[in-house]
Design a protein around this ligand. Sequence first.
Ligand SMILES: Cc1ncc(C[n+]2csc(CCOP(=O)(O)OP(=O)(O)O)c2C)c(N)n1
Length: 424
Amino acid sequence: MSHSNVAEIIVETLAQAGAKRCYGVVGDTINQFTDAIRRSDLEWVHVRHEEVGGFAAGAEAYMTRELALCAGTCGPGSLHFVNGLFDAHRNGSPVVFIASQIPTSESGVAFPQDVDPVPIYEQYSVFCETIINPDQARRMTALAAQAALAKNGVAVLVVPGDLFTQTPSQDLPFRAHRVNPVIYPNELELAPVVEQLNKGGKISIFAGSGCEGAREEVMALAARLKAPIAWTSRAKDFIEPDNPFEVGMTGVFGLAGGFHAVGECDTLILLGCNFAWGQFYPEKATIIQVDIDPQQLGKRHPVDIGLMGSVRGTCAVLTPMLKEQTSTKWLDSCRKQYHKALESTAHESKDDNLIHPQELTLALDKLAPDNAFFTADGGSPMVWMLRHIRTRGQRRTHASLVHGTMANAYPQAIGIQKAFPDRR
Ligand SMILES: Cc1ncc(C[n+]2csc(CCOP(=O)(O)OP(=O)(O)O)c2C)c(N)n1
């Protein structure tokens, strides 16, 4: 017989998995859970609207790569998290969301506030299950945390309010396991890639968010191929700093350098890149795609060679197999276009008395510390941030880039500030 109740077991299992704080609004069906948090080392962060909690948890988890939590009351409380948590999930943030539910005795009889969160959250989550028996509490919580951390997304745990105070008949030591394997293609799979890249010509790299933690390896590949590196908005922080191959973004946020590097190359290497707008892919080039998730291969545009592997692991084995290219003509032309376009969009209109947003962004870029975090709302603010804030190593940027919602910047900043109180 366990001495802990379900609320205490959930809190303990999540803290063990690395969680530090939980965002939400207290009340009715969640009260026993928040009381267990009060008696633990976890911090409860009160918000006025749950959407803020979803954004804050998502941004905290995005920047720390550790678990962040949020918790909602039954019905409207848990519903309010939708935009924040869809954003967190689509940004690849490991978050566990405790969606409390009406008491089991009232289930199925249209009790006030009854809303089934499962069909809502299962479409954008890595785990979405209900604890229906106290004996499941530790196992289900461990599996939720494990799914969020391993699959980088939101895990939803639905808990009827009356279960929180119940005590399981047995409580086995289930816990979340963390994995971090190095995955790369075998030699047979790499052979056609080596053959294609050794032909030389106009080779470009298009780096996506899968390049997180792979900066050195991507740079070494570009150096060997003399390839310009274009990046997606979510790869900016990992690829932009101190990069002699930089050509910026393509697409509607991008500028000439990235647009030409991607659209007019002979060979395009997509590295952990899930760029969704087909019209910006090249018409004739040979396309090689590397992704840790094989389901992403050829998803956005037809590709010639699809490889499963982490960007870091794949570049590390591929680069030494390649001939060193010597001509920098293609790289130089793309870089020249990028820097020219960056300069001209930064100072678009100077002949009136208005403060143009690009100038304001440049001023922030100049004055902010080298390790500052920047968040920007959906709309043009995020375009100015992505173009004109130079990340310089420790700086980080965040916005609602896949979900594309609005009013995200302030709540995301709350979560980041909580996790990094000493940085701006
Ligand atoms: C929640 C939400 N509502 C509406 C939209 C559609 N939308 C995207 S950008 C935008 C305009 C944003 O306007 P503003 O904040 O003034 O920025 P700007 O016009 O400078 O882009 C709108 C309405 C959205 N993406 N998300």
